[in-house]
Design a binder for this molecule. Structure first.
Ligand code: ZN
Length: 462
């Protein structure tokens, strides 16, 4: 639908016939023009995504790779013409992956594809061998008597579905999030979970986890989905199943991470800024294309398009958070340093770059008309208006919880968890046309929230 409208508007000059398509008077024509130009021709988001994934690649929080990503980001944002480009650093405990492998040693010897979960304990170079004890859920593991778990390698299954809103991740992610602590407290030798993912490839999905309630770290990994299926078939034969597991993870102690910040200064610097964000760090196996190079790219591209059009009334603050994957640490640091300052709205992109299908907002009753204007302006992009009392985001979540206003542009997550946190999170998974639709939606929202853009004076560039 939106394609035909855009095509129509482009043809206006060429053919008087299509001028019969009238646009909604409820949408500011300047906002509509910015939206349509982004949809047609944005290249900023692709440039950033391609540059970051190619020139930096994986950038695990706390590592030298993430530090190089910050340097890259500062150079890139400066070159794009943003102001007040800076890094706010913080210290964090740093975990890194080592050599890893899994092998069924009885009754049917064969290798399995495994990836250590973040914060996994180490098996040491020799690895560990143990009998598998399997559970269909974290609940089954929770109620199991310690005797059947002690000294064994726990396997936890689940049946996460793929769906548009990604809602399976919260519920079906529990084997990864809670399984390791439960298994450790029951005396398990180690744990492997079915990957928290929706694909059928031998690419295991990593992800963060932490040993809580004083649990001792044990080796904890994820099997790829086909390997989890295979393990279940082997278990069904009714014979004892033994696995040899090698996960040589390491803790490097405290290292530095940081948030990269840049701004489009508003005409009135006393007004609260609009925060547009994504996270700069990624997992260590792929190149972090959909998680979350596209997110930082979309946020910066929208800000750049507003800057190109003139000067917004309110400051637009770009934040590329560090250390999101390992525990939302960049968001916490920003909240500690700036959480008490007023913000006009918080927005984050961290769900890939497939088409945005719904907008939710939480701007408050007094700003209902602003929220409605956003919905009207996004409609031609095929975006439905959802809640007026809801906004979310990983890094910005705690600040939204504190009561800061926010907007959420929900991407289609149907294929997101096929790729998420795997070695397959690479640039080829990004669809340039859908990426542009994201930038168009973000540009629209930021243009409305900006309080009006004043065009640069003729003959004088800012
Ligand atoms: Zn992410």
């Amino acid at each position: 639908m939106f394609r035909s409208l855009v095509a129509a508007s482009l043809l206006v000059a060429a053919s008087p016939l299509v001028s019969q398509v009238h646009h909604s008077p409820l949408v500011d024509p300047k906002v509509a023009a910015l939206r349509d130009a982004a949809l047609e021709g944005d290249h900023y988001a692709w440039d950033i995504t391609e540059g970051l994934t190619t020139e930096i690649g994986p950038r695990l929080a706390g590592t030298d790779d993430e530090a190089r990503a910050r340097e890259w980001a500062v150079k890139k944002l400066t070159a794009m013409g943003f102001s007040n480009v800076r890094v706010e650093t913080f210290e964090m405990p740093t975990w890194v992956r080592g050599r890893e492998s899994a092998r069924i040693i009885a009754p049917f010897p064969q290798p399995m594809a495994v990836a250590a979960l973040g914060n996994s304990g180490s098996t040491g170079p020799e690895g560990v061998s143990g009998e598998i004890v399997a559970f269909d859920s974290v609940d089954a593991l929770r109620v199991a008597p310690d005797e059947i778990v002690r000294g064994k390698i726990v396997f936890v299954d689940h049946a996460m579905p793929a769906n548009q809103d990604g809602s399976g991740y919260g519920q079906f992610g529990s084997p990864r999030r809670q399984g390791p602590t439960l298994a450790s407290k029951k005396g398990a030798l180690g744990i492997v979970v079915r990957s928290i993912g929706t694909d059928h490839h031998r690419t295991p999905h990593t992800g963060s986890m932490s040993f809580t309630e004083g649990a001792t770290p044990i080796p904890a990994g994820a099997l790829s989905n086909p390997d989890a299926d295979q393990l279940l078939r082997i278990l069904k034969r009714g014979l004892p199943v033994k696995m040899h597991l090698v996960l040589e993870s390491q803790n490097l102690g405290k290292r530095q991470s940081g948030n990269v910040i840049a701004e489009v200064p508003g005409r009135d610097p006393t007004l609260p800024p609009i925060l547009v964000s994504g996270h700069l760090d990624s997992w260590d196996q792929g190149t972090g294309a959909i998680d979350d190079a596209t997110g930082v790219a979309i946020a910066a591209a929208a800000a750049k398009r507003i800057m190109d059009a003139g000067r917004p009334l309110r400051t637009i603050r770009i934040v590329w958070f560090g250390a999101e994957e390992v525990g939302l640490l960049g968001g916490q640091d920003y909240r500690t340093k700036h959480g008490k300052e007023p913000h006009y709205a918080l927005i984050e992109s961290d769900f890939g770059a497939d088409k945005i299908w719904k907008v939710d907002s939480k701007l408050g009753e007094a700003r209902k008309s602003e929220a409605e204007a956003i919905g009207k302006a996004l409609a031609p992009l095929g975006i439905v208006t959802g809640s007026f009392n809801e906004a979310e985001g990983s890094d910005i979540g705690p600040m939204l919880g504190d009561g800061h206003p926010g907007v959420t542009l929900n991407q289609d997550g149907t294929r997101y968890f096929d790729i998420h946190h795997t070695a397959d999170d690479t640039l080829d998974k990004v669809d340039p046309a859908q990426l542009r639709q994201n930038v168009a939606a973000w540009t629209t929202v930021v243009a409305i929230l900006s309080g009006g853009i004043e065009e640069p004076k003729r003959g004088k560039r800012r």
